[in-house]
Write a protein that binds this ligand. Structure first.
Ligand code: 13P
Ligand code: SF4
Length: 315
């Protein structure tokens, strides 16, 4: 007879026993978000990892998030529930190719989105997330030539709002690129009072018609602080869990993808994590995230620079 495990109860027990902290991104399923010690966007997850005194970090997100935590906290053990939780955006930028791209643009400082491997971060001057990209780009003198990678949509958006002309790496996220303009416009007709909230990884034609563009944390804050009652949300649909939780009287409609046959607004990598895998990861202390020490000492500098600038700006 198969014994039924109460994952919630077991996760609670194991995290106390192992002095572990569970950090979850807003794109995780609701049950994982609800059991986490902290739920946040990419910047907040890095900030939490940097300041926690827990012995063990379980990062419920994708691999680069676990790697960022490990780079910041080499003395801690960092686990992610599924080692296959990658990221199409990070995968679109291989360190070898990025190195050649940088060499082809002498005199440029290198800004990398946090959605990159440790190897790419090691080639970078400063890391950004969608929460602080604008402010960090603006912290460079106006005449400083800049490379921005790997997300061309975020880079293009930041160029537009800052007036900079950063050279962009040609990468994108397969989840944010698939929203349908036509279907969003149709939804706006059906819900004339609804505001469109969009993540800057979306294509420019979606961002141009959005009422608010920002990181997941920024979209959540905007929806919570406004008196508006209806929202069309153009980002990974996991964020709707916290939006709905904080705003029970408001309506959140996930922006539809081009392809009606798929749940393409769910990140297949993020959704590899489940309560069962979180439980097993705590129980068996695997899979663990490791970063080569030579790479880590290079990669930690641009991440720390990001955290310092963000702290100075109160982000
Ligand atoms: P933020 O967490 O900065 O909103 O970015 C979203 C994302 O794509 C994470 O993979
Ligand atoms: Fe990467 Fe896109 Fe998934 Fe975020 S939503 S983890 S950018 S593939």
């Amino acid at each position: 007879m198969q014994i039924q495990v109460n994952y919630k109860q077991e996760i609670e027990r194991l995290r106390k026993e192992k002095k572990a902290i569970i950090l979850a991104h807003y794109y995780q399923t609701g049950d994982i978000q609800d059991i986490a010690d902290f739920v946040g966007d990419s910047l907040a997850l890095a900030q939490w990892a940097a300041k926690t005194d827990a012995d063990v970090i379980v990062l419920c997100g994708v691999h680069f998030m676990g790697e960022t935590a490990k780079i910041l906290c080499p003395e801690k053990r960092v686990f992610i529930p599924d080692l296959n939780a990658g990221c199409s955006l990070a995968d679109s930028c291989k360190a070898n190719d990025f190195e050649k791209f940088i060499a082809a643009h002498p005199g440029h400082k290198v800004i990398s989105y946090v959605n990159t491997s440790a190897d790419v971060k090691a080639l970078t001057d400063v890391v950004v997330t969608s929460s602080n990209a604008k402010q960090i780009v603006e912290s460079f003198p106006e005449d400083q030539k800049l490379i921005f990678g790997p997300d061309k949509n975020l880079g293009n958006y930041i160029n537009g709002i800052t007036g900079r002309q950063m050279v962009l790496w040609n990468g994108a996220c397969h989840v944010h690129e698939q929203f349908s303009l036509e279907k969003i416009l149709k939804l706006k007709n059906e819900y004339p009072d609804a505001l469109l909230l969009a993540h800057p990884e979306c294509k420019s034609y979606i961002l141009q018609i959005a009422d608010h563009v920002g990181s997941t944390a920024s979209l959540l804050k905007y929806a919570t602080n406004t008196d508006h009652k209806q929202f069309i949300v153009a980002t990974e649909s996991g964020i709707l869990h916290e939006m709905q939780k904080r705003n029970p009287g408001k309506e959140f409609i996930p922006a539809p993808p081009e392809d009606p046959t798929c749940a393409c607004n769910e990140c297949n990598f993020m959704r590899l994590n489940t309560m069962e895998k979180l439980y097993l990861c705590l129980r068996d202390e695997t899979p663990e995230v490791f970063v080569d020490e030579k790479i880590r000492v290079k990669a930690v500098k641009p991440i720390q620079k990001m955290l310092e600038i963000s702290a100075r700006l109160g982000l």
